[in-house]
Write a protein that binds this ligand. Structure first.
Ligand code: NDP
Length: 334
């Protein structure tokens, strides 16, 4: 092992990264295995880029935590998230993608060849890198939330809202996502409680107005979630109103579904010293492309998309990343 300290061109602190003696050279490295990563792999493999794909901590990405996926075109009867990811992987492998277990733990994008450390052990030197590391939905961190994941707790109304048709649900959060989720659910559900910890919404004015004017949405300002209860599935939520004040009271609402919309964390931490992101950490790509600020490094899927965050849009950007990579490599003569 040798140690080196790469230059910081974006003002971010950089830790020393270990460069292993175990070095492998590849043309196209894909980091991440959600719909974006696998779609990039399908296109890259078919373009003869011999892609190597590292699956990361959660092979298959966020979709492996959902149950039924009914909005991905081509599955008229729906498909489970894990099943769809297995099929995408098989499709990528069919054209020669080398899919591997392993987590990218550090990168060095300072030179013409991009170095990526896997599991703090192995170094991949790649002519081009496609970042498809996704985003992680934030949860409140309650024990009961963990208990009912998939049995009433969800972080995606567009994915799971349909299962609560005609029922009462709650959405936590006060930003644009929470308002959007609440409005979406109000089109399906009988009643939607919007649980907001402050006395105001953070969302844009137009979203606030829509929420406040919806007859099906009741906004519960200054409410914090204490716990979820139910026999196997969510049946009620226990809230604390005006927490920490003399008027503090416990409020119980009967619900069937509990939706988190308190933001997502893009999985971009290890790239930040080289790759430009927005304030939240979403990777910035050049308009109408998947190109990052570093030549030969491309980004696709939820790690660069704070707006749509759907499997089908992630797959679309994965396709773009592979096409951009192919063009970059052929211009470079690699
Ligand atoms: P935001 O960070 O904007 O909002 C998160 C919300 O969750 C805030 O109201 C915050 O409360 C609340 N929250 C955070 N942690 C907790 C907690 N532990 N308990 C209770 N509430 C909590 O995230 P969004 O996902 O809503 O939006 C991210 C970005 O994406 C924004 O820039 C947004 O404008 C954009 N967006 C745009 C859309 C559109 O244009 N159609 C749709 C969706 C998102 P508090 O206010 O108290 O901090």
């Amino acid at each position: 092992m040798s140690l080196f300290k790469p230059l910081d061109n974006l003002g971010n602190s950089k830790k020393e990264i270990k460069v292993s003696q175990d070095v492998e050279r590849v043309k196209c490295l894909i980091i991440g295995s959600g719909p974006a990563g696998y779609t990039a792999a399908i296109y890259a493999a078919r373009a003869n880029l011999e892609p190597v794909l590292y699956e990361g901590l959660q092979p298959g990405g966020q979709l492996t935590t959902t149950t039924e996926v009914e909005n991905f075109p081509g599955y008229p009867e729906g498909v489970t998230g894990p099943e769809m990811m297995v099929q995408l992987k098989q499709q990528a492998e069919r054209f020669g993608t080398d899919c591997r277990w392993g987590l990218a733990t550090a990168v060095d994008f300072s030179g013409p060849t991009h170095k990526v450390t896997i599991d703090e052990e192995k170094t991949i030197e790649a002519d081009a890198v496609i970042i498809a590391t996704g985003a992680t939905a934030r949860y409140l961190g309650l024990e009961s939330e963990e208990k009912y994941k998939g049995s009433g707790v969800s972080a995606c109304a567009t994915c799971d809202g349909f299962f609560y048709k005609g029922k009462d649900v709650a959405v936590v959060g006060g930003g644009d996502s929470a308002c959007e989720e609440a409005l979406y659910l109000s089109g399906l559900c009988n009643k939607v409680y919007l649980i907001v910890r402050k006395d105001h919404l953070r969302a844009s004015k137009i979203m606030q107005e829509r929420v406040m004017h919806s007859p099906k949405i009741e906004v519960l300002f200054e409410h914090n979630t204490k716990e979820l209860r139910g026999d196997g599935v969510v049946e009620e939520v226990v809230l604390i109103k005006k927490k920490g004040t003399p008027e503090e009271t416990e409020v119980i609402k009967k619900i069937d579904g509990f939706f988190l919309a308190i933001g997502h964390t893009p999985n971009s931490e290890i790239f930040k010293a080289y790759i430009v992101t927005d304030q939240v950490g979403y990777i910035k790509t050049k308009p109408d492309t998947s190109k990052t600020n570093v030549p030969g490094v491309f980004a696709c899927g939820d790690v660069m998309d704070s707006v749509y965050r759907q499997a089908v849009t992630a797959a679309g950007t994965g396709c773009r990343a592979a096409i951009d990579t192919e063009r970059y490599l052929s211009e470079k003569g690699s």
